[in-house]
Design a protein around this ligand. Structure first.
Ligand SMILES: Nc1ncnc2c1ncn2[C@@H]1O[C@H](COP(=O)(O)OP(=O)(O)OP(=O)(O)O)[C@@H](O)[C@H]1O
Length: 221
């Protein structure tokens, strides 16, 4: 499903090049869920952006559905993202001029997979059914976070990439939303790569990896 091979990535900084990823290998099978942990600044978000084809590695290869992303031009990468991936980033990137329901609908339509019943079910299961007609600014932070999760799942992606998807929720809501996210992902056979700082959030996932000094290792919680 997703494969990262010998990925290297550095950022230019005023002090010179900052090496962030220094030979990262990772494989995620269809339907598998994987937690990615590591200290702040260890490169987790960088890895997620590379996996989504939103940034390119300095060296190494990202393969999605056995296709090297580097072989695709940007429009083809964007199409692959729309049709195969769901993204939940720390900034929700909801469309402010669209209601909650329309944020979901737009995502599904862009992927050519509009499904009113599934959108309704998502809003319901995420506890947002009564808020379908509200605009993002009329929702609390936690509700926006749940809407961002719903939007990412609206087009039934094969792979969900999520960066701290429950980071803005209190512990009880985080547990609830995480359980729901895992149920939705498992129901659909969707693979999941989730960045988290929390061993508690990582625990129910199939595997856990840790980024350290630019490399990746199997982690125990
Ligand atoms: N565009 C950029 N230019 C320069 N440095 C960057 C850039 N993006 C990230 N970095 C640096 O690269 C390192 C890795 O950043 P990244 O956001 O991937 O870490 P992270 O593990 O996701 O951190 P956190 O857990 O705090 O979100 C950090 O030291 C960060 O300051």
């Amino acid at each position: 499903m997703l494969e990262l091979r010998r990925i290297r990535k550095s950022y230019p900084t005023p002090q010179g090049l900052l090496p962030v990823l220094q030979g990262v290998d990772l494989r995620l099978a269809a339907g598998e869920s994987l937690a990615l942990m590591g200290e702040s600044g260890s490169g987790k978000s960088t890895l997620l952006h590379l996996a989504a084809g939103l940034d390119t590695p300095d060296d190494g290869e990202v393969r999605l559905d056995d296709q090297p992303l580097s072989a695709l031009d940007e429009p083809a990468r964007a199409r692959l993202r729309r049709e195969r991936l769901g993204l939940v980033f720390q900034q929700y990137h909801l469309v402010p001029s669209l209601t909650a329901a329309d944020n979901l609908r737009l995502q599904a339509r862009l992927a050519g997979r509009e499904d009113a019943a599934w959108s309704r079910e998502l809003l319901e299961r995420l506890g947002l059914a009564g808020m379908a007609g509200r605009y993002p600014e009329q929702l609390s932070g936690g509700q926006q976070q749940r809407l961002a999760i719903g939007r990412a799942l609206a087009a039934r992606p094969a792979l969900l990439l999520a960066d701290e998807p429950t980071g803005n929720l209190d512990e009880n809501s985080a547990d609830e939303v995480l359980a729901l996210l895992l149920a939705l992902v498992r129901d659909r056979g969707c693979a999941l790569l989730m960045v988290t700082h929390s061993p508690r959030v990582a625990a129910p996932l199939d595997r856990c990896l840790r980024l350290r000094h630019g490399r990746i290792a199997e982690a125990s919680l």
